[in-house]
Design a protein around this ligand. Structure first.
Ligand SMILES: Cc1ncc(COP(=O)(O)O)c(C=O)c1O
Length: 432
């Protein structure tokens, strides 16, 4: 039985951890794998709707484009933020109509603009004059959002270094040029920075956007879309509540009229906590560092095939599967490749004493991991085991308005009995 690429239904006595335990018990199972919990994604969507009912999600697919994730989001009616022709193609191929796609890359390749025109994707962002001339040439029906710069300087990634027009003089000049070229500008977009820490910035950025809405009226534009970008928290230790408070206050104050559509492009919020990465220790060494014994474990994943975000400041919590020793020791985790930069975190992990063949779980690894990886040094990108709770699956089935999107799911049920079979079977001794 080929279990890869199928979404498996969890029965009432299984959960993500029990599934991990079962997979790691499979005889000869050694390959690392992700567990993707689609029910978590559905919960995050509902949570968003609870806190920010007026803000429509356009999920940033660059964050994680695993097919079952995209299918789930497409099925519950979410829109998508795409940055390239290939991302647009992926979403269109799921049966998502072009109105639910925003081409949110302010610096676009000509042929990608032409592809957007061909597929009917109209809403796109821009922040400089050269984009206006390209749009005039290749996509006359485009509807543009002017991306302004408004940075949270404490965010993990400050995107304003690369994109965004100043909301005053640059915006004025861009609107004047757009008008002279007879281009349809429909609103304003911003991104305060990925993993935003200073939540009040959303309120300030919305206030700045309102000024650009007012400015646009001087050029006889009537703006109707405000795109408040990404930056929402992707860790279970942080809540959406505080950002929602600032966003809701600001849209009530500056955009009370609901003819203005408010959209956002969350990436890490939608997926990070839905993934765990499970890997085995393949080698161990104990070294002395500053008169301290340090355990060095070599694992089957690497910064290249899954944990690349560690080199861009993200830190992944790690715990041992089935090793609940109370005593923990400072440990270094080395990735599988020969590269000395391939260290999973610059700081020590504190883990129970572990051995070759033991399994570790990196928690909350759904964002900017799978979508950015490669098989460097011959270590392939880990497989994904996607699961969904039965209730969620039934809800999804009933909610889907476009029945063809159901065909995208290849389900097998129930999960636990499949695993029992897998473990017992003589021929299929590995899960993947
Ligand atoms: C244009 C745009 N929108 C949305 C996102 C998603 O951001 P986040 O994952 O911080 O929510 C990004 C991330 O780089 C982006 O560039």
């Amino acid at each position: 039985m080929e279990l890869k690429n199928k979404v498996q239904i969890l029965d009432s006595d299984s959960n993500v951890y029990s599934i991990i335990e079962k997979i790691t018990q499979c005889r000869d199972q050694e390959d690392p794998f992700y567990i993707c919990d689609l029910s978590r994604i559905i919960w995050l969507y509902k949570n968003w709707k609870k806190f920010m009912p007026r803000v429509k999600i356009f999920y940033a697919i660059k964050c994680n484009d695993y097919k079952a994730v995209l299918e789930t989001l497409a099925a519950i009616g979410v829109g998508f933020d795409c940055a390239s022709k290939e991302e647009i193609r992926k979403i269109i191929s799921l049966g998502v109509p072009p109105e639910r796609i925003i081409f949110a890359n302010p610096a676009k390749i000509n042929s990608h603009i032409q592809y957007a025109a061909k597929t009917g994707v109209k809403v796109m962002t821009f922040d400089n004059e050269s984009e206006l001339y390209k749009v005039k040439k290749f996509h006359r029906a485009a509807e543009l959002l002017l991306r302004i710069r408004y940075d949270d300087v404490s965010a993990t990634f400050i995107l304003g270094k690369k994109f965004g027009a100043n909301p005053d003089i640059e915006s004025w000049n861009l609107l004047r040029t757009a008008k002279s070229l007879d281009i349809n500008v429909r609103g304003v977009a911003f991104h305060v920075g990925s993993n935003c820490k200073n939540h009040i910035i959303y309120r300030q950025a919305i206030a700045a956007a309102k000024k650009v809405f007012d400015m646009a009226e001087k050029f006889a534009y009537k703006f109707t879309i405000l795109d408040i970008g990404g930056g929402y928290p992707g860790n279970s230790s942080e809540s959406l509540e505080e950002i929602a408070k600032y966003v809701n206050q600001a849209i009530d104050e500056y955009f009370p009229d609901d003819t203005v559509q408010i959209i956002a492009e969350p990436g890490r919020y939608m997926v990070n906590t839905a993934f765990k990465l499970v890997t085995q220790i393949n080698s161990k060494n104990i070294v002395n560092v500053d008169e301290q014994k340090i355990r060095m474990y070599y694992v089957d994943v690497s910064i290249y095939n899954s944990l690349i975000s560690t080199i861009f400041h993200d830190h992944y919590d790690c715990k041992a599967v089935n090793n609940v020793g109370n005593k923990v020791y400072p440990s270094i985790l080395w990735g599988a490749t020969q590269d000395t930069n391939d260290r999973i975190s610059p700081t020590y992990y504190y883990l129970p004493d572990s051995n070759i063949g033991d399994w570790l779980i990196f928690e909350e690894t759904g964002s900017y991991s799978l979508s950015r990886c490669c098989g460097y040094n011959g270590f392939p990108v880990p497989n994904v085991c996607a699961v969904i709770k039965k209730n969620d699956w039934l809800m999804l089935k009933n909610q889907i308005t476009n029945p063809s999107s159901l065909n995208n799911f290849e389900l097998c049920e129930p999960m636990s009995s499949i695993l029992e079979e897998t473990i017992k079977s003589c021929t299929l001794t590995r899960y993947f």
